[in-house]
Design a protein around this ligand. Structure first.
Ligand SMILES: [Zn+2]
Length: 308
C-alpha cells in the first residue's frame, strides 16, 4: 500500500529495536497506524501484508521480510522462514484456506513470530492444532504470536468502542468480525477477553466439544472444559444440542447447573449459539454472573454469587 510508505519510514526510524511484550509490540504499531491512517475505511481491516513488508524493511534492514505468498501447506496454516544467510525472511500462508479472515490472522501471527521470536528458532511452522499438545516453550511462543495478532488486528480501545453499551449477540460479534476482517471465532474470543462477567466460548460438533476457551473470570472460578483430556458432551438441555438446535432457538437462559453442576442452584447462565451452514460446527457463548470466594462445607471453594 503505497500511501503508507513515507510515514512508516520516518515513524519507524526513531524506534528502538528492543523486544517488547506481544501486546506492547502490537500497540506500538497500532499507535503508528492511528497517526497515518485517519479515515475509518483506511484504518480497518489492517493491511497486514503491506505493514509486515514495509515495517520490517524500515526497522530491520539487515533481515527484512521480503516475500509473503500463498502455497499449498498441508496440515499448516502458515510458516515463517529465513534464507540460508538469514538476511531475509519469507511468510507463507496456506492458500487452500478460503477464509480471508483466517488468512489475515495467520499473516499477523507470522509477523508476530518475526518481530518477537525470529532469533530463537530456525523456522516456524504453525497449525491451528490445540496448543495443549505442545511443550511449554512452544505453547508460549504460539500464544505470544496469537496475542500479537489479536491485538494488532483488533486493538482493544477500538474494540471496546464497538461493543460498549451494546447487548452481546452474534450479530455484534459479526459486526466486529467484518470491521476487523477476522473470523467470527477470533472476534468472539476477543469479546470474551473484555467481557465484564464470566464468559466461555466453545465449539461443538455432533454434540461433542471440539474446543473451549474461558475468560479469566470464568477460568479462575474453575469453569472451564478440559477438552483435550476427555470427550465432553453437549448437555441435552442446551440449545447447542442438535435436537434442540432444530428449533432454531438462538438464545436461552437456564440454570448454570445445566453446564456446571457445581454452580449454586440459583445461578443463571445465558447461552447464545451460532450455527450456520457455512461451518461444520456450532459456536456457543456461555455467560454467567461473577463468582466469589465462599467458605463452604469445611473448605474454600469457588461458589457462584446468587443471581442479581
Ligand atoms: Zn506460530
Amino acid at each position: 500500500m503505497k500511501r503508507r510508505s513515507g510515514f512508516v519510514e520516518s515513524s519507524i526510524a526513531g524506534m528502538t529495536t528492543e523486544s517488547l511484550t506481544p501486546m506492547a509490540e502490537a500497540n506500538r504499531l497500532s499507535a503508528m497506524l492511528n497517526l497515518v491512517l485517519k479515515s475509518e475505511s483506511e484504518r480497518f481491516p489492517v493491511d497486514v501484508k503491506s505493514l509486515a513488508l514495509e515495517c520490517s524493511k524500515n526497522r530491520f534492514p539487515g533481515d527484512p521480510i521480503t516475500k509473503i505468498e500463498g502455497h499449498d501447506l498441508p496440515g499448516f496454516e502458515g510458516m515463517l522462514s529465513p534464507n540460508a544467510a538469514r538476511t531475509k525472511w519469507k511468510i507463507v500462508y496456506n492458500d487452500s484456506q478460503r477464509s480471508s479472515g483466517r488468512i489475515r490472522f495467520t499473516l499477523a501471527h507470522e509477523f508476530g513470530h518475526y518481530l518477537l521470536h525470529r532469533n530463537r528458532q530456525d523456522k516456524f511452522m504453525c497449525s491451528d492444532l490445540d496448543m495443549n499438545d505442545w511443550d511449554s516453550n512452544e505453547r508460549q511462543i504460539e500464544s505470544d504470536a496469537d496475542t500479537f495478532a489479536s491485538t494488532l488486528l483488533m486493538p482493544l480501545d477500538d474494540f471496546r468502542r464497538q461493543v460498549s453499551g451494546e447487548k452481546i449477540s452474534f450479530d455484534l460479534i459479526d459486526h466486529c468480525a467484518n470491521r476487523y476482517g477476522v473470523s467470527r471465532t477470533a472476534a468472539a474470543l476477543k469479546w470474551i477477553e473484555i467481557a465484564p462477567k464470566r464468559a466461555i466460548l466453545l465449539a461443538s460438533r455432533d454434540d461433542h466439544l471440539l474446543w473451549a476457551r474461558s475468560n479469566k473470570a470464568a477460568y479462575k472460578s474453575g469453569r472451564y472444559f478440559a477438552t483435550r483430556k476427555q470427550a465432553i458432551e453437549v448437555p441435552a438441555g442446551s440449545i447447542a444440542h442438535s435436537c434442540r438446535r432444530s428449533e432454531s432457538l438462538l438464545q436461552q437462559s437456564a440454570s448454570a447447573r445445566l453446564w456446571f453442576p457445581a454452580e449454586p442452584e440459583a445461578m443463571p447462565i445465558t447461552e447464545l449459539i451460532h450455527s450456520s451452514g457455512q461451518y461444520d460446527y456450532t459456536l456457543t457463548l456461555l455467560l454467567m454472573p461473577d463468582a466469589e470466594w465462599r467458605y463452604d462445607t469445611g473448605r474454600m471453594a469457588w461458589q457462584g454469587r446468587q443471581a442479581r
